[in-house]
Design a protein around this ligand. Structure first.
Ligand code: PMP
Ligand code: GLU
Length: 397
């Protein structure tokens, strides 16, 4: 194909490995191969009925015109109440921007905050799209490697060491995709102590897995000290409310950043889907206890998957406290040939599992960690048991 006719920008962009692996798994399934996909971070639950009803009512109420570019006012008010209720964050509607998914919120932030040459600190592993979104803005991702030994969390010393006079931002997720790690209030406070010495650094706190948290409590970095003045809190309904396809995300941010993101959307999308926005009002105003059953199911699956992984020789497994991923260190197998496949790195290991176990996972390389692979446990217990059995058989036979 004539990639030379395309822009340098798109030619230098990596394909999203999460979406690519999901597509590959679908393709193999269509060929009749019995693939179990643990690749995509997508709840297998259906969107709750009360949210669907709100969308149907919105259709009947003729919400068919262009919505305000930054979101309906009553949705933005509902998001402010949610931020106060769940995160102790006081935002006004002028600080909220509703987008076509948290991914677009992140893209907006990259475009409106980053100049070419600006450095953005990324504790690694990080979510796959951060580095590409930053690069698309001309920014330089500065990866700070962490390992299973520190539960994949960045220490204040590491943060301090990564800061230069070019550092513009730090982006992170808690609960973390892909490690499932959750930063405690004490850990975030220690990072803030470093950031307080560098008031020019802005923070992106991606809290899209906020409700899928098995630890004590979710803590928002923007609620610590004066961080609200330089934090962009990103959230959305995709994960907690099983609404990945509805494509709604949002930010709470300093007003000048919210205005800039709105300006950007005004030229690019004209705002997020009107029906999905009306449904999102029902989601964000619901008491989070409606999610208890789903969160308990994820916790049960987490325990199941971690237990089965611990039973496989050579894998070092973290115990994720949130999200629905586990990120085992598979480096024990590097340099070995298994079932005729030479495993040099995490890419090869993930390929081995796809080819021989027919289980789709995502290589840790995509998330900035070369020793691990990511498994999503957002699927049924029966499929998880079968997948883990196949992995064990592949590695031990
Ligand atoms: N941030 C993280 C950490 C994610 O895992 C995802 C997954 N899609 C997103 C952002 C994007 O969410 P959305 O589907 O709302 O665009
Ligand atoms: N966030 C999910 C994942 O990490 C969905 C895929 C994507 O948006 O890249 O798998």
């Amino acid at each position: 194909m004539s990639t030379n006719l395309l822009s340098d920008r798109i030619n230098s962009l990596s394909t999203s490995q999460t979406l690519a692996m999901a597509a590959k798994a679908r393709e193999l399934k269509a060929q009749g191969i019995d693939i179990i996909s643990l690749s995509l971070g997508e709840p297998d639950f259906n969107t709750p009925e009360f949210i669907k009803e709100a969308a149907i009512a919105a259709i009947h109420d003729n919400y068919s015109k262009y919505p305000p570019v930054d979101g309906y006012v009553d949705l933005k008010e509902a998001i402010c109440l949610k931020f106060k209720r769940d995160n102790k964050l006081v935002y006004t509607p002028s600080q909220i921007v509703v987008s076509t998914g948290a991914k677009q919120s992140l893209y907006n932030i990259g475009q409106v905050m980053i100049n070419p040459g600006d450095e953005v600190i990324l504790p690694a592993p990080f979510w796959v799209s951060y580095s590409e979104i930053i690069k698309m803005s001309g920014g330089i991702p500065v990866e700070v490697p962490t390992s299973i030994d520190t539960d994949f969390k960045m220490t204040p010393q590491q943060l301090q060491a990564a800061i230069t006079d070019k550092t513009k931002m730090m982006w992170f997720s808690s609960p973390c995709n892909p490690s499932g790690s959750v930063y405690s209030e004490a850990e975030l406070t220690a990072l803030v102590a470093v950031l307080e010495q560098h008031p020019q650094i802005f923070v992106v706190a991606d809290e899209i897995y906020e409700h899928i948290n098995f630890s004590d409590k979710h803590c928002s970095i923007a609620a610590i000290g004066n961080m609200i003045e330089r934090t962009i809190t990103v959230n959305g309904v995709a994960k907690a409310f099983a609404m990945t396809g509805w494509r709604i995300g949002y930010i709470g941010a300093p007003e000048f950043i919210a205005k800039a993101c709105t300006k950007m959307q005004g030229q690019v999308t004209s705002g997020a889907n009107s029906i999905a926005q009306r449904a999102t009002i029902a989601a964000v105003t619901a008491d989070p206890s409606v999610l208890n059953e789903m969160v308990q199911a994820f916790r049960g699956r987490r325990d199941l998957v971690v237990g089965l992984l611990q039973d496989i020789p050579g894998l070092k497994t973290n115990i994720p406290e949130g999200a629905f991923y586990v990120f085992p260190d598979v480096s024990h197998y590097f340099g070995k040939t298994i079932q005729g496949i030479e495993v040099k790195n995490a890419d090869d290991f993930s390929f081995l599992l796809l080819e021989k176990a027919h289980v789709a996972t995502v290589t840790g390389e995509a998330f900035g960690n070369p020793n691990c692979i990511r498994l999503s446990y957002a699927t049924s217990e029966d499929l998880l048991k079968e997948a883990l059995k196949r992995i064990k058989d592949t590695l031990t036979n």
